[in-house]
Design a protein around this ligand. Structure first.
Ligand SMILES: [Zn+2]
Length: 94
């Protein structure tokens, strides 16, 4: 069941879980007893602009718009060979 957030006019927040068909618009505040209204949740506005949000967005976008790259390891070209064994130079090259 989804968790709903309620807040009374005094600013006390409370959370309660209800079935979606039975969710009330108001509950009694557990602190002061006043009527607490159900709040509309924000759509991830707290993490918008952060690196975590960028990672989530690029991951979702890559599902249908994969990035086109020129090489498998861009920007990490090392001028030195990866092996110093002279016998490896005799191996066939692609
Ligand atoms: Zn209250």
């Amino acid at each position: 069941m989804p968790l709903y957030d309620f807040r009374c006019s005094a600013g006390h927040g409370t959370e309660a879980s209800f079935a979606m068909a039975d969710r009330p618009d108001h509950v009694a505040c557990p602190v002061c007893g006043e009527t607490s209204r159900r709040r509309i949740p924000s759509p991830r506005l707290s993490i918008a602009g952060s690196s975590a949000f960028g990672l989530l967005e690029s991951t979702q976008r890559s599902a249908h718009e994969p990035e086109v790259v020129a090489s498998t390891n861009p920007g990490k070209r090392s001028p030195t060979p990866t092996t110093s064994n002279p016998l490896h130079r005799k191996l066939p090259r692609p």
